[in-house]
Write a protein that binds this ligand. Structure first.
Ligand SMILES: [Zn+2]
Length: 151
């Protein structure tokens, strides 16, 4: 997402919510399967003490592919990017939700200065909409946020 504005994607129609949730589940399964496949291929090179130049190149390519896919997955609309700290996840866990998984049925909010999607609960609880550049520890990121969003 490239938008510089906060975007809330809220579906109120139950059938659309169901379709969105099912698509997210399918996509999550596909991403996880691909990550596992890349990990298994990487394992072929992981414990070798000596690698040929082409094997080293292949090992590096696999690691880069895995990293790129994992990064995209983390930044995607498949789940809240707060991970285990997600408020919706914590609430769902108390109701018996599998702690190894993350909820996929959530409305999400694009937070441009964090460059990530958050669920509505996290967005409101962590007051992500009220953040200013002073909330960022990294001076480079702080300056970028100040210039880019004027907050
Ligand atoms: Zn969340």
């Amino acid at each position: 997402m490239r938008s510089k504005k906060v975007r809330k994607i809220i579906l109120s129609t139950p059938s659309l919510r169901l379709i969105r949730n099912n698509l997210r589940i399918i996509l999550k399964l596909a991403v996880k399967k691909e990550l596992q496949k890349l990990d298994k291929l990487y394992d072929l090179y992981r414990n070798k003490k000596i690698l040929t130049p082409s094997q080293q190149k292949r090992k590096l390519q696999l690691a880069e592919k895995w990293k790129a896919l994992d990064y995209s997955y983390y930044r995607s609309t498949l789940q809240c990017s707060s991970g285990a700290a997600c408020i919706s996840f914590q609430k769902a866990k108390k109701k018996g939700f599998n702690p190894k998984d993350r909820p996929t049925d959530l409305d999400l909010v694009w937070v441009p200065w964090l460059e990530k999607w958050s669920c509505v609960e996290c967005f409101e609880t962590f007051r992500q909409g009220e953040m200013t550049h002073e909330d960022f520890d990294d001076p480079v990121w702080r300056e970028w946020v100040k210039n880019e969003f004027g907050i």
